[in-house]
Design a protein around this ligand. Sequence first.
Ligand code: ZN
Ligand code: ZN
Length: 171
Amino acid sequence: MNHISFAALADKAAELNQTGGKWHFHMIGPACIFSRRKNEYEIIIEIESTGKEFACRFSEKPISETRQMAELCYGPGFLNDEENSDDTITADQKADQNEAFGKIMDRARACCAAGTAWHNHHLFPECIFNPQRGKHSIVFEDETSGEALYAYYEHDPVKDLAELEALFFAK
Ligand SMILES: [Zn+2]
Ligand SMILES: [Zn+2]
């Protein structure tokens, strides 16, 4: 694991986008089941072709930095409703819609209504944190109970992810 500045991390992501390198990222906080740093937040990028990881540490929750990484990873229109409407998703993605995600959305809305802390992750098929390698996963964590809910997908669940993250960034 290499620790670098956030500027260097964002540059690396932009460079990978330009060269077509496959990568993804995580924002991991102290309350997270994947946390390796109990008092700090981390943004980690995993480069899928090389298996290399780079990380940047923060003492406060890096909200704007996470949003910036999400836009680098999924495209700048990622959190726009119009660009993730039902018309733009593929038949494969539609076929993938699952009940587990419905439960995640219900819990996320309940946490928002109660004002309790939660966060989510998108685990790519090659991700070191993914319990079912080969599938995509959306993980929801209720920080009050410490409970984690998983939804698994055969395809990239971009629409479900955008729906959940729109709720997260609206908090
Ligand atoms: Zn987490
Ligand atoms: Zn990962």
